[in-house]
Structure formats: structure tokens, C-alpha cells
Design a protein around this ligand. Structure first.
Ligand SMILES: Nc1ncnc2c1ncn2[C@@H]1O[C@H](COP(=O)(O)OP(=O)(O)O)[C@@H](O)[C@H]1O
Ligand SMILES: [Mg+2]
Length: 352
């Protein structure tokens, strides 16, 4: 079921949290609302869900305008960060609860609970209570309860935030599997770029109540519209250098390094200050344009090592590399970047 937000606006008294947002989630698509804390992700999700009344614009499910339809009547499945299971009920009764409210027969509820329990892999747990389950198992129960009414849309608000790292990894792929198996249209709210990149068809990145860019994960990573988006995606993050455009080059002020720019940017920005963004995977010993600095930080990430290289003016480049000749903190290194891999931004942060 397609979800359409049409100039959707949400205020809390005189604070406008979302101002005329447009968003289309296609039928069967899973989209991430990604952004920092307080940017309006949950507010958007709660409005789609019907928990919040909107102050302007429309919300459509398919062709139906649901803007003034109650949450119960919207047929949405919701999973919150806190799972919100009933502690005194068994898993079976937790999952079947929405059907009991609808007064479906016991036999029918049992059949549907068994079916959904099989899908989320919790059949052996049906007679336990939530307190007797691990975090990941509770998350599966919450998902099963959200899905049992066969909702038209699935809304997930930071569903993995309370899980430890291993479980988070497991549940990332599990939620995606279940979403794809059911073909349900889903919106995932998260502040975690890895979750958004790994679980969703497209990412809508938000800042201060606005969608800044919406794109497939890889496209957004390779073609961010701004330094904000570039900095949000990628771990370890992209590093930025500020310098001047002179004679076709970006000139890094503290080392005097000249990095060639495209003819177009060189012409339009001649004499201006710009920011150059370099991702850690592209700042490497064999990179073409060398830039010298001092290794100021190292962190082994198992297969790869992350290095910070500090330039004379204190700006930092990051590099992530596999095993090679030993490098130590305090060593002077001359690593490089290929100009095709540099992203150039104006001083307002817009991609050039
Ligand atoms: N019920 C509410 N009453 C007043 N302000 C709220 C309410 N819910 C959220 N806000 C405000 O709206 C903004 C966005 O909040 P929220 O959507 O929860 O952000 P996010 O989920 O992206 O962290 C914040 O400034 C928050 O303080
Ligand atoms: Mg939130």
C-alpha cells in the first residue's frame, strides 16, 4: 500500500516541527527516515500512524485520504523501541491481543498466531511471558503482534535501539526478511545510518523537520547533496578540508598541497573557499595526489585499521586500510587521494 505525505505539517502549540513535508513510500517499499535526535522522525511516524493529528496537508494510504481517520481504522502495525509487550500475558496472548479486541474466534486467533509465530521464528516460546525472553525474542514478539492483523503498512520507531550489538545485526536482516516476505510497505525511523543503509530500499534523510535528500542507499552515499548528508552516511565518517580554489586546483592551506579539480568547479569557484570531503576508503598510500601529515590516532577494527592523519593546521583526514607496512602513532605519512574521489562543497555545504 503506497503512503503519500502531501505538504504534511505538524506543530506542537506554536513550534512547527514538520513544515510541508512531501514523501512517497511506494507499494512494498521499505524506507528509512534517518536523522539526528529531535529532527522530527518520530513525529512523522506517529502522524502516519494516526497517533498525532496533523496541522496541515494530507496523508494518503493508496488513494484513500486517511488524514482524519483514527489510528485503529488506519490498519497500521507499529513497533516501538520499548517493545511495549504486556508483561502478564503469555507470548501467545500478546500476539493475539489485537485480534481478541476485534472479537475474532479463539480457533481463528490460534491459527493466525501459529502462522505468524512460524514466520518470526518464535514457535517454541508461545507459552512464555515477556520477562522470560531475551531482547531479540521480545522484539520478534512485538513484530508478530504488529503483523498479525495483516496491516497495510508497518511502522518501526527505532526498533533495534534497545538490543545489544549482535542481536541488532541479527534483527536487522530478520526485519528486512519479514518485510520482504510479507511485501508490506514499511517506514523505519532510525538515527543509525548503518541500519538505514542495510535494511531499506531508499533513505529519506531529515534535518530540522525537512527531508534533505531521498535516494537509494548507495546513490546517497556516492552522491550526497550536501556536507550534512555526506557526513551522516559512512563509518568511519568522511573528513573535510577547507581551502582555496586556485589555477584549477584545490589548495590545502597548511601543506600547500594542490589537488586537481574538475574544469567546471575550477572555473565556477576560482578564488573561492571550498570544502573538500574525502572518505577514509579513498585516502590511501597509493592515492595520486599526496598529502603529508602525522598519524595521530589508530584503531584496529580487526581486518582493517582506522588512522587519523593530522595536518599542520590541525585538520584531520581519516584512512581505513587493510594490513600493510607497520605504521605508528607519531609517524609522518604521505598518503594520497584520486581527484575523482574528492567531493567538493561550497562554504554553505552544498555539493558542487
Ligand atoms: N508531544 C510533544 N509535545 C511537544 N513537543 C514535541 C512532542 N513530541 C515531539 N516534540 C518536539 O518535536 C521535535 C521532534 O521530535 P521527534 O519527532 O521526537 O524527533 P526524533 O524522533 O527525530 O528524535 C523535538 O523538538 C521535540 O521536542
Ligand atoms: Mg524519535
Amino acid at each position: 500500500m503506497r503512503i503519500l505525505l502531501d505538504k504534511f505539517t505538524k506543530k506542537f502549540s506554536d513550534l512547527t516541527v514538520i513544515d510541508e513535508m512531501d514523501l512517497e513510500v511506494r507499494d512494498g517499499e521499505m524506507i528509512a527516515l534517518l536523522g539526528g535526535s529531535g529532527c522530527g522522525k518520530s513525529t512523522t511516524l506517529f502522524s502516519i500512524c494516526g497517533i498525532h493529528k496533523v496541522n496541515g496537508g494530507r496523508i494518503l494510504f493508496g488513494d484513500k485520504d486517511v488524514t482524519n481517520v483514527t489510528s485503529q481504522e488506519r490498519n497500521v502495525g507499529v513497533v516501538f523501541q520499548s517493545f511495549a509487550l504486556y508483561p502478564h500475558l503469555t507470548v501467545e496472548n500478546n500476539i493475539g491481543f489485537p485480534l481478541k479486541l476485534r472479537k475474532e474466534s479463539k480457533a481463528e486467533i490460534k491459527r493466525k498466531v501459529d502462522e505468524i509465530a512460524e514466520m518470526v521464528h518464535i514457535e517454541p516460546l508461545l507459552q512464555r511471558r515477556p520477562g522470560e525472553l531475551s531482547g531479540g525474542q521480545q522484539q520478534r514478539v512485538a513484530l508478530a503482534r504488529a503483523l498479525i492483523r495483516r496491516p497495510d503498512v508497518l511502522l518501526l520507531d527505532e526498533p533495534l535501539a534497545n538490543l545489544d550489538a549482535t542481536l541488532r545485526l541479527e534483527m536487522r536482516s530478520e526485519i528486512r526478511r519479514i518485510q520482504q516476505e510479507t511485501g508490506i510497505t514499511a517506514v523505519l525511523v532510525t538515527h543509525d545510518q548503518v541500519e538505514a543503509m542495510s535494511m531499506c530500499d531508499r533513505i529519506a534523510i531529515m534535518d530540522a523537520g525537512k527531508i534533505i535528500q531521498i535516494a537509494k542507499p548507495r546513490d546517497m552515499y556516492e552522491n550526497p547533496v550536501s556536507d550534512y548528508v555526506a557526513g551522516f552516511l559512512g563509518s568511519p565518517p568522511i573528513a573535510f578540508l577547507t581551502g582555496q580554489v586556485q589555477d584549477g586546483n584545490f589548495v590545502e592551506p597548511s601543506t600547500g598541497t594542490k589537488m586537481p579539480l574538475s574544469a567546471e568547479i575550477a572555473a565556477s569557484q576560482s578564488g573561492r573557499q571550498v570544502k573538500v570531503g574525502i572518505r577514509p576508503e579513498y585516502f590511501q598510500p597509493d592515492g595520486a595526489t599526496k598529502i603529508a601529515g602525522t598519524v595521530s590516532f589508530m584503531e584496529s577494527q580487526g581486518r582493517e585499521t582506522l588512522y587519523n592523519v593530522t595536518l599542520p593546521d590541525g585538520s584531520i583526514l581519516r584512512s581505513i586500510q587493510g594490513v600493510h607496512d607497520p605504521v605508528h602513532i607519531g609517524d609522518r605519512v604521505e598518503w594520497g587521494v584520486d581527484s575523482a574521489e574528492m567531493m567538493v562543497f561550497d562554504m554553505n555545504g552544498l555539493r558542487l
